[in-house]
Ligand binder design. Sequence first.
Ligand SMILES: *Cc1c(COP(=O)(O)O)cnc(C)c1O
Length: 419
Amino acid sequence: MLPRVIQQVSQFQKGVSMSSISRATFDEVMVPNYSPMQMVPVKGKGSRVWDSEGREYVDLAGGIAVNALGHCHPEMINALTEQANKLWHMSNVYTNEPALKLAQKLIDNTFAEKVFFANSGGEANEAAFKLARRYASDNFGPEKNEIVAFYKGFHGRTLFTVSVGGQEKYTQGFEPLPGGIKHVEFNNIEALKEVVSDKTCAIVMEPMQGEGGIIVPDNEFIKQARELCDKHNALLVFDEVQSGMGRTGKLYAYMHTGVTPDILSTAKSLGGGFPIGAMLTTEKVAKSFVVGTHGSTYGGNPLGCAVAERVFDIINQPEVLKGVEEKHEYIKQKLLAINEKYNVFSEIRGKGLLMGAALNDSYEGKARDFMNATLENGALVLMAGPSVLRMAPSLLISNEEIDEGLAALEKGVQKVVGQ
Ligand SMILES: *Cc1c(COP(=O)(O)O)cnc(C)c1O
């Protein structure tokens, strides 16, 4: 044990050395579960980002479908600072006004009658899956516990959510996994019919798969999944963590389908960059979460809810949602034009501002190269699996910013193709 004075000095010295942090520091101090880009972003405004060397980028990645209003939107700053001056945290021993206002808005604008708040998508799903089990157990007995989900689905990183997710790489080495979960091929109604039974408590799906490669299923598939649920007294759970909050041009993607889920999870764009998640459901189903059955220390905290409420008001305007669909078309045409020149994509897909450009066979597995080359030329894009470039920009991005971002993408494509 060092004397207290010396401890303080060494703390101070640590503080001084902090001024020399760089990307290399990451490898020294962080658990190596991420491999971030070399550039370190330090500032953002709207759809633009600057790195620690002062380089400017157009952001077509949107923090993985989170920064729905871009960076540092003035209304979000107002909401956050106003609330920061009032009340930060009380715990769920008390309720708070921002949470109640946000819940009311979610209910007024969706199928939902009840809301549970969490801090992330994974937590919203954890609540959704637990509720589905509990509801089945309460109403039909403990034998009805099977969750049917889909390959390539993604629902978060807790043990339950990776287990319901359909990608083995996320469960490997974490066994034993929770049981009672079955997976079938996405968008294959026959496969689904084969496994759904009276033992099924829920079918869990993303109405449009995000991480799995931006895959929009047939509407008929979604309709028949609903019918199967009704036939077997199972709940239909939509994970709209990525597809929700205006991302597809409607408030939630289910609104394109004519199918209503029993439970819906939402996060990512909900907070526009402030961590928050929510689970929406009906009054009937919500009854199975009685006092004490589930909870969260920070879920529904005033700061997150105050920001999300403002984000909600901005996104939930007809002109903003219409803009999302127009920008989809605009981007799609430009990507098709790039493809005319370089022949790299097999398909441009997705809905609204959640778009995937699937690489053709010649470039299979090369999405990372395109992403890196685009970054070098001044724009941020994402991948959705090794062979799909993904874009999930701010819903408020301008056509000029799209032009600039896609010019950088084109240069990136040119570079990879020329190699
Ligand atoms: C991102 C994502 C999640 C996980 O959300 P976290 O906030 O990272 O826990 C869950 N489901 C889908 C569909 C997602 O895209």
